[in-house]
Every structure is written in structure tokens, then in C-alpha cells.
Design a protein around this ligand. Structure first.
Ligand SMILES: [Zn+2]
Length: 623
């Protein structure tokens, strides 16, 4: 397949990581039951309780982390047992701690103890019921769902050898690069044969988690998920809506423009005006980011084109070289070098002889999470390079806060954790690539700017409605608003409403299309990515200000700027030890998440899109 030419600046971490799950880890090993512990430790102040819990997690964290790591890097029935056991023990421990914390309700305590005790309650995205049998069942389902996704393959009838079968990597290769409608459709359908067997399991999964959430005092699991943002759940939901309404006009213009270009390529019959776009034509298995179809929508063909992918090949960079390059951005800001253990323990290449979860992720293992690692099946492309920089954002966050209590070793909110590396990605301007020898010349012109902005928008703007709807679907599933017999329809209703896309073939309730996206079987909340895409522009703007940047925002790189680095590092060191509003304020001078930085960034493109869309039939009411 011919390699696509890519513009710089762009191609941002398409593989959004499920990086960095829980703080440290969780398991059992201290006391067998809540009753026993309570009986043995009758007098404990809330502060002492909090200190003990942190110590318990620190104690068991390394072992749990090891079980999850080996499961993700070696998918076998044996590691399934180990991971399910670890997960079960961690759930039981969480339940016991929550049970123990109830004795402090209404007691006088420090703000810190109150904050930590609240965080104990909401630190898991998979709340388990107190019944140990149900906990075991929940842990087993979670492990099985993850395994089904990780080892997922389409195989022809009666054959299941590696030659005949196609996995996500191979099918994505088609979706990312082909321009043939039927070939794309074939790959799109094949990947979605992996998920129907998950459907009944997922229904039970939801049931069990809701039971667990109810025991914690939440109406359902969705309410628990929304509780992690230092504000009431309904306020948080309104915040997400407000942010979406800020960026929605930009998405609509992009959708209209891209739809017209696809129509020009595939024809009016296949991509009718004023209707949702068929989901398999956007260069991504989930139509979540569209950079792969850049060549079809490029405003000024041929202007400022370059391919870091080709350069990587010419230079003969190894996987390790690519990771070193990412590290050097962070150290240029004054942050420390990665520890030796990172290089020894990380997984950089896809093993030939076994199944692994290739989805890129970052891990805080070992004592206080200092055995930091990434797991990524790196291939030498520009896209993968940007993903490495993204994953190292998590790793540097881990490295910034090992001294905090276990409970606080997390992002200010989970969107912060995702935004660190992406903020760095934004600063990887053509000028940066030239500086590090990955680009010969930087072309400066209005045409070049618009091409660059288009490439960026295909990732950063196209993603927003998808980032929002993933959890909208789950919030509705958890609350029962979408019932199990409407799982698939409910999914496509949201996909059409927000993204303006439609399934290319008829779907029924025998399908389970949400399950074909990693974070659904992986049970990773997703609003964090939506928030990250908003706040990373806020971070970027703040760091550019700190670096004294003048001129249009999109031209700023703070590479090598210690002032910006100090500000960023200071923010990361705070972890989750205070409400995120305070942390955001310290970095940006505002206490609210705000879409205006993203609008500011894309001002040139917005003008161009409006001009191009003039007279076009925009929107998708016809769907
Ligand atoms: Zn991530």
C-alpha cells in the first residue's frame, strides 16, 4: 500500500490510550473481612485511618500492578486467572475500605482526611457488590471482555489460523488507507464480528457494577463516574454540554467540508448531501479521528507536505530512538531523564509469538509507582511517534508525584492526565521538527497554515463529539435509559446525533458495535478524553504565555523553555491533592475549563471553512 504523505503538526495520538488506570493498585492480604478489621482496630482517628489505607495500597500495589502488566503483555488462560484474582482482591479491598470508612461519617476531621475518604469511594470505575461471589464474577467478566478484545480476530468460516484470520491491526490498516468503498466496508464489518459475543456479558457486567454503585450510595455506575470531578454530577454533565456548545459550530463546519470532499471522491449516491456520512469512509475504525483522509480534503494540495514517516525510515530510527526523541522534549523543559528501569521493563515492540494488548498505555508500577513503563507496539510512523510523546505525558505525571499519598497519585482530574502529552504534541510544530532534524525546511505561507490546521482539525475537532458520546451512551446504559435490547440502536442514535455519521450497512440488536471500541470492554471512562481535548489547548496557551510567545497561538512551541517546564511540572506535582479547579487556576489563572483556547487556535481554519461551505447543504437532518 502506498504510503500517505502527511503534514507535520498533525496526526495526533489516534490511539487514545487507556493509559494509567487506578492509582497504584489494589488487592487484599491485610484482613479477611471488614468486621474482623473493625474489631481489631477499635480506636483509630480518621487521619490514622487514611494513613493506614494509603500504606495498605502501597503494600499491595506492586503485586497487583505486576498481575495486570503480565496479563496485558502475555494473553494466556493462566494470566487471565492471575489478573482476575488480582482484580477480585482489589475489589474486595476497596469494598472493605469503604465499609470501614463509614464509621467516620459525621466525625470532625481534617479537610485532607475528608478529601481522601471521599476519593476512596470513587477511585474505581468498576464498583463491586459486597457479595464475594459477585465480585469474583465481575472480575472474571472484566478480564474476559478485555481478552476477547485483545485477542479479537475475524476468521473465515472453519479456519482460525494466523494466515487466514485478520486482527484489528490488519483491518485498521485497510480502514486507514484504502479509498475503495467496498474494501473499506468489508474491513469495517469484519472487525465488528468480534463484539457480538460480548453483548450478554456486558449486560451482566452493567448489572453487577450498578449493584456495587448502589451500595456506595450512587443511583448507578454513571453517577459514580461523574462524581470524580469535584462538583455535583448534574453540574458536571451541564459543564460537558457547555463545553460542547462552545466547539460545536467548528465541528459542524468541518463536517460539512469533509462531507463535500468525500462526496466528490465517492459520488453523490454513496455520500448524499445533507445526510450523515457513512462511518467507514473517515479513515478510522471508529470514525473518531480523520487525519488518515487528509489527502482527500487537503485545502492546498502539495503545499507544505512532508512525511515524518519517510524521514524516520531514511534515518533508520529504532523504536528506542523514537522514545528517546520523546524523552528529549520533556528533559528540554527541565524535567528529569527517564529511569533505567523504564528502558529495561517497557514493551516497545509487538511480540511475534504471543497475543498482547497492543493498545498503547503507560504504567506506574513498583513501589510508589516509580517503576514507570509504557506498553506500545511501536511502528516507525509519525502517528506512532506522537503517541509515544503522549504516553510519556502520563509517565512524567507519575514521576512528578511519587511523594504524594497513594490516593493523590492521580491526575487533578482524569482529563488532566490525558492532556499532558497532548499539550506537548501541540508544541511539536514544524519549527520543532526542524530543530530536532526530522524536517529540512519549514514552509511559511497562509496556504501552509491552512493545510496544517486542517490536519490538526481532523484529529482535534473531529474527535470531540465522539469523545463526548462514548460516556453518554454508558451513562444512559447504566441508568437504564438505554435498555439491553436497545444497546446498538442507542449507540447509533448518539453517533448520528453528535457525529453526523451512520452505519454503512443495516445494524440490528444482534450486533454490539460499542464493544468493538476498546474502552467499552476495557471499562475505561471516556469523558476524560473529551475534557483533555478541551483543556490541552488551555494548557498550551498558558505555557506559551509563560514562554513569552507572541503571535498566533498555533505557531507557538515552548520546546526547550524552562519557565514553561517549571509551570507544567509544578502542576503535575500537585496530583489529585486538591480540587482540580485550584490546580487549573495555578497554571492558567482561571478556575473553569474553557473551549475558547481551541477556538482561538483554529481561527484561521474557521474562516476558511465558512468560505468553502458557503452555499453547501450542511448538517445531516436528512438522516
Ligand atoms: Zn493517554
Amino acid at each position: 500500500m502506498e504510503r500517505l504523505k502527511f503534514l507535520l503538526l498533525a496526526l495526533l495520538a489516534v490511539a487514545l490510550g487507556a493509559c494509567q488506570p487506578q492509582p497504584a493498585g489494589q488487592s487484599d492480604g491485610v484482613a479477611d473481612s471488614a468486621a474482623e478489621t473493625a474489631a481489631e482496630t477499635p480506636v483509630e482517628t480518621p487521619e490514622e485511618f487514611v494513613a493506614r489505607v494509603n500504606a495498605e495500597w502501597d503494600e499491595v500495589g506492586p503485586e497487583l500492578g505486576a498481575a495486570y502488566w503480565v496479563r496485558a503483555t502475555y494473553i494466556t488462560p493462566d494470566t487471565a486467572i492471575l489478573a482476575a484474582k488480582a482484580s477480585e482482591r482489589s475489589l474486595n479491598m476497596t469494598n472493605r475500605i469503604i465499609e470501614e470508612s463509614k464509621q467516620f461519617v459525621g466525625q470532625e476531621m481534617s479537610d485532607d482526611a475528608a478529601r481522601q475518604i471521599n476519593l476512596f469511594k470513587i477511585q474505581t470505575s468498576m464498583p463491586g457488590p459486597s457479595d464475594p461471589e459477585k465480585v469474583a464474577e465481575l472480575a472474571r467478566i472484566r478480564t474476559d471482555l478485555g481478552g476477547m478484545y485483545g485477542a479479537g480476530k475475524w476468521c473465515p468460516e472453519g479456519k482460525d489460523d494466523d494466515e487466514s484470520c485478520q486482527d484489528l491491526e490488519e483491518l485498521s490498516e485497510v480502514i486507514d488507507k484504502s479509498r475503495d468503498y467496498d474494501e473499506l466496508l468489508d474491513a469495517w464489518i469484519k472487525w465488528r464480528t468480534v463484539s457480538p459475543p460480548m453483548r450478554d456479558m456486558y449486560e451482566r457486567f452493567v448489572e453487577l457494577m450498578n449493584e456495587g454503585a448502589a451500595e456506595l450510595g450512587f443511583d448507578n455506575t454513571g453517577e459514580l463516574w461523574k462524581a470524580g470531578y469535584d462538583m455535583p454530577g448534574e453540574e458536571f454533565e451541564a459543564e460537558v454540554e457547555r463545553l460542547w456548545s462552545q466547539v460545536n459550530p467548528l465541528y459542524n463546519e468541518l463536517h460539512c467540508y469533509v462531507g463535500a470532499k468525500l462526496r466528490a471522491h465517492y459520488g453523490e449516491n454513496l455520500v448524499p448531501a445533507g445526510q450523515p456520512i457513512p462511518a467507514h469512509l473517515l479513515g478510522n475504525m471508529w470514525a473518531q479521528q480523520w487525519a488518515n483522509i487528509y489527502d482527500l480534503v487537503e485545502p492546498y494540495p502539495g503545499v507544505a507536505q512532508f512525511s515524518i514517516t519517510d524521514t524516520l525510515e531514511e534515518l533508520g530510527w529504532s523504536e528506542e530512538d523514537m522514545v528517546k526523541s520523546a524523552e528529549s522534549f520533556y528533559t528540554s523543559l527541565g524535567m528529569p531523564a527517564l529511569p533505567d528501569s523504564f528502558w529495561t521493563n517497557s514493551l516497545f515492540t509487538k511480540p511475534r509469538d504471543r497475543d498482547v494488548v497492543c493498545h498503547a498505555s503507560a504504567w506506574p508500577l513498583g513501589e510508589r509507582g516509580v517503576d514507570v513503563r509504557i506498553k506500545q507496539c511501536i511502528v516507525p510512523t509519525q502517528e506512532e511517534l506522537l503517541t509515544i510523546y503522549h504516553e510519556l505525558g502520563h509517565v512524567y505525571y507519575f514521576m512528578a508525584y511519587p511523594d504524594l499519598d497513594n490516593t493523590y497519585r492521580a491526575g487533578a482530574h482524569d482529563g488532566f492526565h490525558e492532556a499532558i502529552g497532548d499539550t506537548i504534541n501541540l508544541a511539536m510544530t514544524p519549527g520543532y521538527f526542524k530543530e530536532v532534524g526530522l524536517l529540512d525546511t519549514v514552509e511559511v505561507s497562509e496556504e501552509a497554515t491552512l493545510n496544517n490546521q486542517m490536519m490538526m482539525a481532523l484529529d482535534k475537532i473531529a474527535f470531540l463529539p465522539f469523545g463526548k458520546l462514548m460516556d453518554q451512551w454508558r451513562w444512559k446504559v447504566f441508568s437504564g435509559e438505554i435498555s439491553p435490547d436497545e444497546y446498538n440502536q442507542g449507540w447509533w442514535d448518539l453517533r448520528t446525533e453528535y457525529q453526523g455519521i451512520r452505519p454503512p450497512v443495516e445494524r440490528t440488536e444482534a450486533d454490539f458495535d460499542p464493544g468493538a471500541k476498546y474502552h467499552i470492554p476495557g471499562n475505561t471512562p471516556y469523558t476524560r478524553y473529551f475534557l483533555s481535548f478541551i483543556i490541552q489547548f488551555q494548557f498550551y496557551q498558558a505555557l506559551c504565555d509563560a514562554a513569552g510567545h507572541e503571535g498566533p497561538l498555533h505557531e507557538c512551541s515552548f520546546y526547550g523553555n524552562k519557565e514553561a517546564g517549571d509551570r507544567f511540572w509544578a502542576m503535575m506535582q500537585k496530583g489529585a491533592s486538591q480540587p482540580w479547579q485550584d490546580t487549573l487556576y495555578e497554571l492558567t489563572g482561571t478556575r473553569e475549563m474553557d473551549g475558547s483556547a481551541i477556538i482561538n487556535y483554529f481561527e484561521p481554519l474557521m474562516g476558511y471553512l465558512k468560505e468553502q461551505n458557503d452555499g453547501q447543504m450542511c448538517g445531516w437532518s436528512g438522516g
